[in-house]
Write a protein that binds this ligand. Structure first.
Ligand code: PLP
Length: 396
């Protein structure tokens, strides 16, 4: 008999993938330019030229045995040294190479952290709206997901609900700021309050509650929005990072876990993260792109297009009567649907060739996600379709 859970996970396509497949069929029918595909979070701007130049240089100049060989499980030592220097420069902390564990993207970083800290039956708190894969990762680590309903006014944290949910089984809390799908950035006040509650609860239960900060969108923040560096506020923080979005490299699968100096029993926690990577069969993150990412760690793609798209959509949608909480970053926004049933709403949107994702899958019904990592010209043309959708509900 097969593992039923795995059969289930492998057979059900996610709502987002379903939409993406629908989009492909629709584009063949009505022409690519007539479908407004806001379904996927695949960056639309290319990686900086330095990424390809560095890759080519490494391919031409590095000893091929080293280039294509295994690296240390935790990542090449030189790579981790460069990364530590970049992190220290940018976030004004003092981390070292031996606190970094290079991973196959943020997904693997999260799986390593969760597997490292959780024992069967432990609980992991997530805040709605949340990245749907968290449930898969948490359950794969043998833990149970506890969802805190969304604060739909600002997409910060409903602290009363959070405090009520924490108990002696709470092992970790995942935060994702800038957030997929809302685009919200947690303010310093939110992070401080969260840290104070976690410190008090850890002391009460005599065990650390880990704060796992999932940060693939850290660099994509708008205007004067400050994205607080979480380890500065809470000691037992594990940072999960990725270059999928900031350098537009999702297919290369590169990220890291940082176990900062102040984490209680840091060496043991780091060993558990490495042990989790080993038990999950990651062996090491891709060698060539470990080096490329480390050498380009201070760069980003030209992410300014996301802010341009955000401005056009927020203004346009509000004028049509949609309720939108203005994103502080990412390339997502999460407006309210014009009827209660977000699934029916997104189904109707398909009639106008608009591909948008229902909020239910993110633990927040009554909303829809727009993934605006697309060409600005497409965003501009899509406004007419959003208007038609709004008009349809005004009439019916
Ligand atoms: N966390 C969030 C919030 C994401 O949106 C994503 C990808 O979209 C991931 C993690 C996984 O990213 P990666 O490609 O680095 O595995």
């Amino acid at each position: 008999m097969l593992n039923e859970r795995m059969v289930g996970l492998g057979s059900q396509r996610s709502v987002i993938r379903e939409l993406f497949e629908f989009g492909k069929i629709r584009k063949a029918e009505v022409g690519e330019e007539n479908v407004y595909d806001f379904s996927l979070g695949n960056p639309s701007v290319p990686a900086p030229e330095a990424v390809n130049e560095t890759a080519v240089k490494l391919i031409n100049e590095l000893d091929p045995v080293v280039l294509h060989g295994y690296t240390s499980a935790q990542g090449d030592a030189g790579v981790r040294q460069l990364l530590a220097e970049s992190i220290n420069r940018r976030f004004d902390i003092n981390c070292t190479a031996d606190q970094l564990y290079v991973t196959v993207g943020a997904a693997a970083a999260l799986c390593c952290c969760l597997t490292a800290v959780c024992n069967p039956g432990d609980e992991v708190v997530v805040f709605a709206p949340f990245f749907p894969e968290y449930k898969v990762f948490i359950e794969s680590a043998g833990a149970v997901m506890r969802m805190i309903p969304a604060d739909i006014e600002a997409f910060q944290i409903d602290f009363a609900a959070f405090e009520a949910a924490i108990n002696e089984k709470t092992k970790a809390v995942i935060v994702n700021s800038p957030n997929n799908p809302s685009g919200a950035v947690y303010s310093e006040e939110t992070i401080k309050k969260l840290s104070a509650i976690l410190s008090a609860k850890s002391a009460e239960y005599g065990e650390p509650i880990y704060l796992i900060t999932d940060e693939p969108y850290r660099e994509i923040s708008f205007k004067n929005t400050v994205v607080p560096y979480v380890p500065k506020y809470y000691d037992n923080t594990l940072v999960c990072y990725s270059w999928s979005k900031s350098l537009s490299l999702p297919g290369e699968r590169l990220g890291y876990v940082l176990v900062p100096e102040k984490v209680e029993d840091r060496a043991l926690v780091y060993a558990a993260v490495a042990g989790a990577g080993r038990s999950l069969g990651y062996v090491n993150a891709p060698g060539l792109f470990q080096r490329v990412c480390a050498m380009c760690a201070d760069l980003t793609s030209d992410i300014s297009i996301y802010e341009t798209n955000k401005e056009i959509l927020v203004k346009g949608l509000r004028e049509m009567g949609y309720h939108v909480v203005e994103p502080g970053g990412t390339f997502y926004m999460f407006p309210r649907t014009l009827i209660e049933d977000d699934i029916a709403f997104c189904e109707k949107a398909k009639d106008f060739n608009l591909l948008i994702v229902p909020g239910s899958g993110f633990g927040c019904p009554g909303h829809f996600r727009i993934s605006y990592c697309v060409q600005t010209e497409m965003v501009e043309r899509s406004l007419a379709a959003f208007q038609q959708l709004a008009d349809f509900y005004k009439k019916n």
